[in-house]
Design a protein around this ligand. Structure first.
Ligand SMILES: [Zn+2]
Length: 287
């Protein structure tokens, strides 16, 4: 049984104890449970309400956690996890009816979002955007090869299509912390056994000349974002739209651990916070 707690905005001690007892009763009858969408302060309250730790162990952070909790002792194959996700997606289709009807007719994205293929970087999650808003290009190292280069034209094709056929007015290039591509680049990893990777990362090799010897992967990821913005400007259609004031380029950096995004400031020549830091939900709750 799945308990969806995303809509719970307040929980007092009595409520937490009541929920803890309810969960224990259900499990005592042999029904495994998973708690999803539990806000951080509520986690602490539920844990405090059940010192045995049983409730805490039922809190799921991911869909894989949900499957593990509902099927204890059974290994879930990746394809089963995907199919379970499809089932959840279809079960929630009713909530998206209006959006689906609109999307079925056409797409009208406003932004081309270039990001790394890294599984932790999810553009729609980072920007709270809905289907139909972002045209996405994802690859190792969020690279856009320069126009006319020998590299495969997939990224250039997306840029040209975005600006010629769609109403794209913004292009975001988003790098991130802990990027494997940047780590490999800094280490001058020859990518043995991965000739396509070696070829793919070649346009980013110019970065090495811009970085100090003690540069971190984070430094490289930020410098890489700036380099890819330069690559974007080599496309005639990009230059044309920039001159006409119909396009803006943005360089972002996502710090995964901090959950924070910063943006390249052309004038200050550094990355600055994209939005003001917010208080944690726990401290906001107390006020
Ligand atoms: Zn990456």
């Amino acid at each position: 049984m799945i308990f969806e707690l995303r809509q719970v905005t307040a929980l007092d001690v009595a409520g937490a104890e009541l929920l803890a007892r309810l969960f224990a009763d259900i499990e005592a009858r042999g029904t495994p449970i998973a708690l999803v969408g539990v806000a951080e302060p509520h986690v602490a309250q539920l844990v405090a309400a059940d010192p045995s730790g049983r409730v805490a162990a039922r809190i799921a952070a991911t869909e894989i956690d949900v499957l593990r909790l509902l099927n204890p002792g059974r290994v879930t194959r990746p394809i089963e996890r995907l199919i379970a996700g499809v089932r959840r997606f279809q079960q929630s289709a009713g909530r998206r009816r209006l959006l689906v009807e609109r999307l079925a007719k056409a797409q009208d994205p406003h932004t081309l979002f270039v990001s790394c293929a890294d599984s932790r970087v999810v553009p729609t999650l980072l920007t709270s955007t809905d289907p139909g808003e972002l045209l996405q290009v994802r690859n190792l190292g969020n690279i856009v090869p320069p126009s006319g280069g020998a590299a495969m034209p997939a990224e250039g094709a997306a840029v040209e299509y975005a600006l010629t056929r769609l109403h794209i007015t913004e292009i975001v290039v988003c790098g991130h912390s802990g990027c494997g591509a940047m780590t490999a680049l800094l280490a001058r990893d020859p990518a043995v056994g991965m000739p396509s990777v070696a070829e793919w990362l070649r346009p980013a090799a110019a970065l090495l000349a811009r970085l100090p010897d003690d540069a971190t992967p984070g430094d490289a990821a930020m410098a890489n974002v700036v380099l890819q913005l330069e690559h974007l400007r080599t496309y005639p259609i990009v230059r044309e739209r920039l001159v006409a004031g119909q396009l803006r380029l943005h360089g972002w950096y996502y710090d995964i651990g901090a959950g924070a995004l910063s943006a390249w400031d052309d004038v200050a020549e550094q990355f600055v916070p994209l939005v003001s830091p917010i208080r944690s939900s726990a401290s906001a709750h107390r006020c």
